[in-house]
Unconditional design. Sequence first.
Length: 598
Amino acid sequence: RLAGNALTYIPKGAFAGLYSLKVLMLQNNHLRQVPMEALQNLRSLQSLDLSYNLLEDLPSFSVCQKLQKIDLRHNEIYEIKVDTFQQLLGLRALNLAWNKIAIIHPNAFSTLPSLRKLDLSSNRLSSLPVTGLHGLTHLKLTGNHALQSLISSENFPELKVIEMPYAYQCCAFGVCENVYKISNQWNKEDNSSTDDLYKKDAGMFQVQDERDLEDFLLDFEEDLKALHSAQCSPSPGPFKLCEYLFGSWLIRIGVWTIAVLALTCNALVTSTVFRAPLYISSIKLLIGLIAAVNMLMGVSSAVLAGVDAFTFGSFAQHGAWWEQGVGCQVVGFLSIFASESSVFLLTLAALERGFSVKCSAKFERKTPFSSLKAIILLCAVLALTIATVPLLGGSEFSASPLCLPLPFGDPSTTGYMVALVLLNSLCFLVMTIAYTKLYCNLEKGDLENMWDCSMVKHIALLLFTNCILYCPVAFLSFSSLLNLTFISPEVIKFILLVIVPLPACLNPLLYILFNPHFKEDLGSLGKQTHFWTRSRNPSLMSINSDDVEKQSCDSTQALVTFTSTSIGYDLPSNSVSPPAYPVTESCHLSSVAFVPCL
C-alpha cells in the first residue's frame, strides 16, 4: 500500500521480483503515467488501485494476466485504446468513473469474458461499444450527458443493475419502478440474490401448511422475474414517459386548441391594432403588445404540440435529445417571457386606464406617450431578465421535456417558481386596487357616459379572467413549497400545459368578441384599403369626404399625402365682373394634411 505519498513517477524496476504480490494500492498520488515495464513482474497481481491520480495515458495491463479488479477513477484519462485491457481473461470489475473519456475503441472490451462490473459514469462518452460486454451484470453510465442514444437490452442479457444518463434509456429495459436500491445492489455479491432464492426454495414445504401452494408458487415466479430483470435508474415517470410527451389525449387536444387559437386570434388583433403605426392611442398600444407576447406563448405551445406529434409512440428515442437540446431551452424561455410580459403589460394597462379616467374627469393632460414607451421598455427588460435566470442558473428548463421549471424537486427551482408566483400576485393585487379605486371614484352612470368606457370594461374583464386562471398555478407552487403531495402528476401536467397558456388565447378572444373597438378597427381596415385605392384617382373631388373624416376621426392615420392632385373649379356663367385676379382652370396641390379629431 503506497497510497497518499505524493508519488510523481514509478521507476521501471520498482516492483522487480515481486512475483507473488496480489494487491497494489497507489491511489491518492500525483502519478501522470505508469510504465508498462514496472508491471511486467507482477504475475500474480489481482487488484490494482490507481484512483485519484493524474493519469492521462494508460499502459497495457495485459502483462498482468491474473488481474481481477482495476480502479482508475478520478484521473485525466481521455481515450481507451484497443490494447489497454487486452486478454485480461480474469478481470471482473473495471472502474473508469470521473475521467475525461470521450473515445473508446470498439474492441477495447472484446477480450474480457469475465467482466461483470463496469463503471463509466461522469465521463464524456457519446457512444458505448458493446462488443465483449454480454456478460455484464452491473453497468454505470450516469453523468455522460452526450450519451443520448438508446442502448438495446439485447446486448446485455445478464444485466441486473444499470444506471443511465437519462430516464428514457431505461425504457428499453422495461423498467417502471425500482424495488431495490441501486447503491445496495451495486455493492452486493453476484450470488447473494441466488442464495436467497435457494433459501426460499428449501423452505417451500415448510410454508405449505401456512398458505396455499398456488399462491406461494406465484410469489416464487415473481422472485424469479425480479432476479433476471434489470433494475435501471433513473426510472421513467409521469413527466418522462417512454411513448408520449403529453401522455393524455385531454392534454394533447387542449394544447393543440390553445396553440391554434393563440396564433390566429393574436395575429388578427395585432394586425388590426398596428395597421397604422403613425398614430395609436396608449391603451391600444398596450392591447397590441399584449397580443404580441401572447402570440409568443402560442408559438411555444405549438412547438410542444409538434414535438408530441413527431415523436408520437416513440418519445423515448428522442426524449434525451429534446430535453437537452436548444429547442427546449428556447421554448421554456419564450413561455416564461410571454407569461411575465403579459402580466406586466396588463398591470400597466390597468394603471393607464385609471390614470386616463382620472385625467379625463378633471380635464387634465395625460401622461406623455414617450413616458409610456419607457415604462413598456422597462417591463420588457424585467420580463427578459426573469426568463434568462433559468438559463444562467443551470438546467431548470431541461429538468423535464415540458421545458418548464417544475414546481417540485430541486429547491432552487421551487424557489424560482414561488418567487414568480409572489411577483405575479403582487401585480394582480396592484391591478385590483387600481380598478377598485377607479370604480369607487366614479359616480353612478359616469362609466356609461365616458367616451372610452369599452376599454375600461375590457381591461376589467382581462383582469378578472387572468386572475382566476392564475389561481391554480399559485396553488400548485405553494403546495410544492409545503410538500403537499396530494396533487396527481396528471393534474400538474394539465395545469402547466393547459392552464398556464390559456390566457394567451382567451385574451384576444375577449377583445374580438366583446370589444367594439375591434369591430371598428376591422371595419376601418377594409375602408382604409378602399380609401387608398380610390386616392390614386387624379380627381380629388372623387374622394368621399365622409370616409376621409371618419379615417381622421378614428385616429388611424395622422398624415395622408397626395401628390400631383388636380382640382377642377366650375366658374359661374353669369359672373357680373371679371375676377380681380386671374384664375387658372386647375391648380396642383402637393400635399393635403389630415390631423386626428380631438
